[in-house]
Design a protein around this ligand. Structure first.
Ligand code: DSN
Length: 402
């Protein structure tokens, strides 16, 4: 296994990683993940455990909660946070099961329109236990139409509305979502997994003034270990905590909780603010440069860390684009675009994101270079093998966190 881990370390360092949901965690985060905390069982919550020997773990969990509330400037009298959910899908599942009786209706952005599996996709368990109304982007602008959303929600009357996405490049208007939720008596949950780090860094609107519940993973723009946080208004605290434990999980992963605390501390530093701003600058430059080269960007651009490139517009299938770029050491994922004419397994687009390369210190100038490579490879006028050599030299100048 040691050799395989080394091989993966080598792979990660040797490529330009444009996967929008990945990042490079710091050594301190990785050390906490690999610490002796993995040896402990601590079912329950601080001060209320079902095992002895939890005096240290209690402090770990309390500190993580404090840091999470502090990072997003939340008043602990009004907001609480659960730090035990193991990842994003279970975190969302726990919120639904705490707040919405089975068989009732919820609403979320459709998966094929930028939403997420756990927002009621038909292949997700979330659609086995609840009914869903899915909202879409406007066919022309490829941006959410809040007028249409208002009418749809008034008709559907969901008990809970999920705002959030995994492949949508625009700002969300949380104030409008609040108004819509109020107009149909729904709870408003925001899944900020993709943009949590941008909110923390002050470069994306905060959902907290408007949402009742906010979930996030901790390993994307937030740059922590794999994991999740569930923030809730105090009135939902008991129900959500019970849904996480004992409802859906046993012992929390205390090593993961500690690593989340490390990442939350890192995210309060001024350097993180700069990092978050640079992520968005880089995404805008990369999208802009590709646009100049004649590529179609879904919705015309980006306000965040990612965008979708419609490669089928140039006759290339998403899967072929993903493979071609990978052969040159550039890692992206194929992705459906709104109203896609192709199948999800080989869709019309690729998703491109900048959190990981920005961690390595890549800035606007280099984004233009990356755009040249991406465009040149996909248009078949650059040899992927030659580019791979150039990429290998390029990435050496931008080392991964040690
Ligand atoms: N799989 C993640 C993504 O790539 O967006 C979301 O869970």
């Amino acid at each position: 296994m040691r050799a395989l881990i080394k091989a993966e370390e080598h792979r990660q360092a040797g490529v330009i990683n444009l996967i929008a949901s990945e990042n490079y965690a710091s050594r301190e985060v990785r050390e906490a993940t690999g610490s002796v905390l993995t040896n402990k069982y601590s079912e329950g919550y601080p001060g209320r455990r079902y095992y002895a020997g939890n005096e240290v773990v209690d402090e770990v969990e309390r500190l993580t909660q404090e840091r999470a509330l502090k990072l997003f400037k939340l008043n602990p009298k009004k907001w609480g946070v659960n730090v035990q959910a193991l990842s994003g899908v279970p975190a969302n599942f726990f919120v639904y099961s705490a707040l919405v009786p089975p068989g009732e209706k919820m609403a979320g952005q459709a998966l094929d329109q930028g939403g997420h599996l756990s927002h009621g996709s038909k292949v997700s368990l979330t659609s086995k236990f609840w009914r869903w109304a899915h909202y879409t982007v406007d066919r022309k602008t490829e941006i959410l139409d809040y007028g249409k959303l208002t009418l749809q929600m008034k008709k559907e009357k969901p008990k809970l509305i999920v705002a959030g996405y995994s492949a949508y490049s625009r700002e969300l208007d949380f104030k409008k979502f609040r108004k819509i939720a109020d107009s149909c008596g729904a709870i408003l949950m925001v899944d900020m997994a993709h943009f949590a780090g941008l909110v923390a860094g002050g470069v994306y609107p905060s959902p907290f003034p408007y949402a009742d519940v906010v979930t996030t993973t901790t390993h994307k723009t937030l740059r922590g270990p794999r994991g999740a946080l569930i923030f809730f208004k105090k009135e939902y605290e008991d129900a959500i905590n019970k849904a996480v434990f004992p409802g859906g999980q046993g012992g929390p992963h205390d090593h993961q909780t500690a690593a989340i605390a490390v990442a939350l501390h890192e995210a309060t530093q001024p350097s993180f603010k700069k990092y978050a701003h640079q992520i968005v600058k880089n995404a805008k430059v990369l999208a802009g440069e590709l646009k100049k080269k004649g590529w179609r960007i879904v919705s015309g651009g980006t306000d965040n860390h990612l965008f979708l490139l419609d490669v089928w517009d140039k006759g290339i299938a998403g899967k072929d684009a993903e493979k071609l770029l990978e052969s040159a050491g550039i890692i992206v994922n194929r992705n459906g675009i709104p109203y896609d004419s192709r199948s999800p397994f080989n869709p019309s687009g690729i998703r491109i994101g900048t959190p990981a390369v920005t961690t390595r210190g890549v800035k606007e100038k280099e984004m233009a270079r990356i755009a040249e490579w991406v465009s040149g490879i996909l248009k078949n006028n650059l040899d992927p093998k030659k580019v791979k050599n150039e990429v290998s030299r390029f990435v050496k100048k931008f080392p991964c966190p040690k």
